[in-house]
Design a protein. Structure first.
Length: 615
């Protein structure tokens, strides 16, 4: 049993992984999967509608699942279709997360009225939207770092409501969708009639006033959509791979009113809207297939990326990898108590499988974005965790004591949890800022400095394992302690090298971008502090100032230094690398720092209180 147990664990995990990668099917008669892969332009990037739906839901409610009032599960793309074409139905979906009690009181809501006690519908918010907007405007005048929890809550909710309203006005007017779709469908007949009526009116002849009124109404609604619409779903007739050529639906209607001819993409969305509102799955599927065929012929590269991105979204590889890291951690910890060989090897293979899955996910993102692996905070969390896990696998191959698997499980899971919370800000495959638009420096400086982060964190987490096993278990014998000390020392050496190289490369990039190698920017100072702290650890060790426990205390403080350089300096509100104050991130960062100081205090407790070996 022990001999075949690791193989059984690996095969079971691989089978679950393959099941998670299976293409999603359609639960009803509508080809929702094909619709979700249709492209649109949002925030400068062509992406599938599936991504728009999922990221919007994450921003609004912190999750991608939607439950209808009747309790039925609704796919993200179905929710998007209802928002676009059945606004009366979409108003009932509880997709706005509100947790602050004062914000609930402002809206005359109670937790009993919300799904899960915290999610509410647009219909529930509507009576008090004017007051919400007034309070949000007052809060907006306060600097973000100085806003109260209530002020941050109302600003966030107001922004989410605006996002919802903008999505709602992306194709048709939400006030009378059926009438608007009917008028758009008849536009090619209405425009000539309106022109004839206009000429007849000028000459004093009887004229078709209804046609003139329809054209006027279409023009007014087109102006509203052009101003407020979130999506740019109208593909150009030619050059469909060029993001600059995609159009807002309002602009497309305005152009159609001038030419008397509907853009083919706009015509498709009109047909989709009528079929969706009329509950006509056959007509809906025919419109999707015809539009998809034309896009495949004119922009095959765009459609390939949309297909892969939609499949990537549904597979959720990082979520699966997080589960595998948890299992690997548990197997590795229990291997210290029983079946060390069988459970240790099982943990190693689970870690390796999660690492391969994470690698595939990062590689897919790189291909979709056509960028190196690290371009923003979200991708940095993925890469830092990935790099640390890779180093853990090397340590586990070398030492075979499950310590590498435990560290990999901890760091891998923590990094993916951080990445998940960072994804709540919106699309993680965002367009690059102009100053960062350099694949060379993103692939050299940013990747190198991220590897330095990974190694420094790994040294700190190995030190935490040393302290935890020494204080609370009897499993830290002399050979294990010596092995951990060598691991930490070697990892700090590795971290020092990459942190130093990354900092120098960053200075060269800064010299090319801003005309100075060093400007004491907070982010630059943070990178320098990591280099100096790792160098301090090495000098203290070489000089005999610290032994094994002292090395662990210094390595644990390296976690604080790295976390500050990675996130803390970005929230100061000053410098060229500031991303703005984030309330949730600040408190988590503070809690992490306090926990590491507490761990350092535990490490410094008298040896008489340690349950393991005495030195």
């Amino acid at each position: 049993m022990k001999r075949f147990f690791p193989l059984l664990v690996l095969l079971t995990a691989a089978a679950g992984l393959l099941a998670s990668l299976r293409a999603p099917g359609n639960r009803g008669d509508y080809d929702i999967a094909a619709f979700s892969r249709l492209p649109t332009l949002v925030n400068g990037r062509i992406k599938p509608l599936d991504t728009v739906a999922r990221t919007s839901l994450l921003v609004m409610q912190g999750r991608q699942r939607v439950t209808a009032p009747d309790g039925q599960s609704v796919a993200p793309a179905e929710w998007l279709l209802d928002v676009l074409f059945r606004p009366d139905v979409a108003r009932g979906y509880q997709v706005f997360e509100i947790v602050h009690p004062e914000t609930l009181a402002l809206l005359n809501l109670t937790t009993d009225a919300g799904a899960g006690g915290k999610r509410f519908s647009y219909a529930q918010l509507s009576p008090r939207l004017a007051e919400l907007d007034r309070q949000a405007k007052l809060a907006s005048d306060v600097e973000s770092a100085h806003r109260s929890a209530f002020q941050r809550s109302v600003v966030k909710l107001r922004d989410n409501v605006i996002l919802y309203q903008r999505i709602q006005h992306s194709v048709i007017a939400a006030d009378d969708p059926a009438r608007h779709l009917e008028q758009l469908a008849a536009l090619e007949q209405t425009v000539p009639a309106a022109l004839a009526a206009m000429n007849a009116r000028k000459s004093g002849q009887p004229h078709d006033a209804a046609a003139l009124e329809i054209v006027r109404a279409l023009g007014d609604r087109a102006a509203t959509i052009e101003t407020y619409g979130y999506l740019l779903p109208v593909a150009p007739i030619t050059d469909r791979a060029n993001p600059l050529a995609w159009r807002n639906a309002g602009a497309a209607v305005r152009e159609s009113l001038a030419s008397g001819t509907l853009n083919p993409s706009l015509k498709t969305y009109i047909a989709l809207g009528q079929a969706w509102r009329g509950y006509q799955p056959a007509a809906f599927n025919d419109a999707v297939r015809a539009y998809r065929a034309s896009l495949d012929a004119d922009a095959p590269g765009v459609m390939t990326k949309c297909d892969v991105e939609a499949r990537f979204n549904s597979a959720q590889p990082f979520y699966t990898a997080a589960l595998l890291y948890v299992l690997a951690f548990l197997f590795a910890v229990f291997s210290w108590l029983k079946w060390p060989d069988a459970l240790g090897r099982s943990a190693f293979w689970l870690t390796a499988l999660a690492f391969v899955l994470t690698t595939a996910g990062i590689a897919t993102r790189m291909w979709l974005e056509n960028r190196p692996p690290v371009t923003n905070l979200y991708s940095s969390a993925l890469f830092v965790g990935w790099g640390a896990v890779g180093l853990c696998l090397v340590l586990e191959i070398a030492y075979k004591n499950a310590i590498g698997s435990v560290a990999a499980g901890l760091i891998g899971f923590a990094a993916l949890v951080i990445a998940h919370h960072l994804s709540l800000g919106g699309d993680t495959l965002e367009m690059m800022r102009a100053v960062l638009d350099s694949n060379f420096w993103l692939a050299t400086h940013v990747v190198t400095i991220a590897v330095g982060y990974s190694a420094t964190f790994l040294a700190g987490f190995l030190a935490l394992i040393y302290v935890g096993r020494g204080l609370f278990t009897r499993s830290l014998d002399r050979p294990t302690a010596d092995a951990l000390a060598r691991m930490v020392y070697g990892t700090v050496c590795f971290a020092t090298l990459f942190s130093f190289l990354g900092t120098v490369l960053g200075g060269i990039w800064a010299d090319q971008s801003w005309g100075r190698f060093w400007g004491w920017d907070p982010k630059e100072n943070g990178a320098l502090i990591i280099v100096l702290w790792n160098a301090l650890i090495l000098h203290a060790r070489w000089g005999g100032l610290v032994k094994a426990r002292g090395l662990m205390v210094l390595a644990i403080f390296g976690n604080i230094v790295t976390a500050w350089s990675w996130f803390g300096v970005n929230m100061l509100g000053v410098g060229l690398h500031s991303y703005g104050f984030m309330d949730a991130a600040f408190w988590w960062l503070l809690a992490f720092g306090v926990s590491q100081i507490f761990a350092m205090m535990l490490a410094a407790t008298p040896l008489a209180k340690w349950r393991s070996f005495r030195v």
